[in-house]
Structures are given as structure tokens and as C-alpha cells.
Design a protein around this ligand. Structure first.
Ligand code: CU
Length: 164
């Protein structure tokens, strides 16, 4: 009798869980620190920004950009975070990071941000110490995944580049 009751309860529980299954999926709503932006629009914005603030140097085949404080677009794609950045310590930036191809993540400073094409994530960043700022992709995205690291360096404070 007891066994039958237990079996009946188990079946009921299984059916209830199965019935609830369609509701268990991730929503398409962007996370609170993200906004919707078409990959092409984002890429155009990032390229225009990089052209405006390029130092003229190159690092790893990418232009080196020294942005003023504030919003800094960073493109994630196989297999790079573009462009190379030179930031200032003690200066507040908001990285606008988005993928323009497949799903990547940005792992930085003990946090990992999922990057889904079509969503731009806003990541607050104030470098505290001078030196390279490690950031990398944490989502396997193909054969070059292990080399998908950012080229971001922080230099000692001083006067930040003027907004242009
Ligand atoms: Cu990756």
C-alpha cells in the first residue's frame, strides 16, 4: 500500500515537472546592465570611436586607442577583443561590450559577462593599478578561443586624454 502511494506520488511529481518544463527556459530579455543594439550598428559605432581616439600605435594587429573617461565600445568577435586600449588609473570608464558574431563571454576582474549578439553590455571599470588588465573570453567559441584575450593596459593617472 505504502509502495503504491509512493509510486503514485512519484508519477504525479514527474508529470507536474514535465508539465512545467516549457516554462523553464531563459528569457530573451537583456540583463539589467545591457541594452539592445544591432551588431552592425554597434560595430560602426566602435570603429568610429576607435578612429577618433587612436594613438597611431598598433598592438597585436589592432589599433591602440586611448579613450577619454566614459563610454568605450569594445568589440568581441572570433578571436579578439577589439581594439587595444590604453586606460588611465583612477579614471572611470564604462566599457560597452558586444559580440558581433557568436556567443562569447568577457571574463574580467573575477566576473564573467555573457555576450550575446544584439545586446550591448555596460561594464563599469576604474583601473586601480598600472599594468596589463587581464581579460579574456570564457566561452569556447572555436579553435582560436584560447587566444581571445584583451589587449588592455592601464597607465598611471595623469591628465586623461581630452574628449574629442
Ligand atoms: Cu571564446
Amino acid at each position: 500500500m505504502r509502495d503504491r502511494l509512493a509510486a503514485a506520488l512519484m508519477i504525479a511529481a514527474t508529470l507536474a515537472l514535465l508539465a512545467a518544463l516549457p516554462g523553464w527556459r531563459m528569457t530573451d530579455a537583456p540583463p539589467p546592465d545591457a541594452f539592445a543594439e544591432a551588431p552592425d550598428d554597434f560595430l560602426a559605432r566602435a570603429e568610429a570611436f576607435a578612429a577618433r581616439h587612436a594613438t597611431g600605435d598598433e598592438a597585436g594587429g589592432m589599433p591602440v586607442v586611448a579613450p577619454p573617461p566614459g563610454d568605450v565600445p569594445v568589440v568581441a568577435r572570433r578571436f579578439q577583443f577589439w581594439p587595444a586600449l590604453v586606460l588611465r588609473t583612477g579614471t572611470a570608464y564604462r566599457l560597452h561590450v558586444a559580440s558581433v558574431d557568436s556567443v562569447h563571454t568577457l571574463a574580467i576582474d573575477g566576473h564573467e559577462y555573457l555576450l550575446v549578439p544584439g545586446q550591448t553590455r555596460v561594464i563599469e571599470l576604474t583601473p586601480r593599478v598600472a599594468g596589463p588588465l587581464p581579460l579574456q573570453c570564457g566561452e569556447y567559441c572555436g579553435l582560436g578561443h584560447n587566444g581571445m584575450r584583451g589587449a588592455v593596459t592601464a597607465r598611471d593617472g595623469g591628465a586623461p586624454p581630452a574628449a574629442r
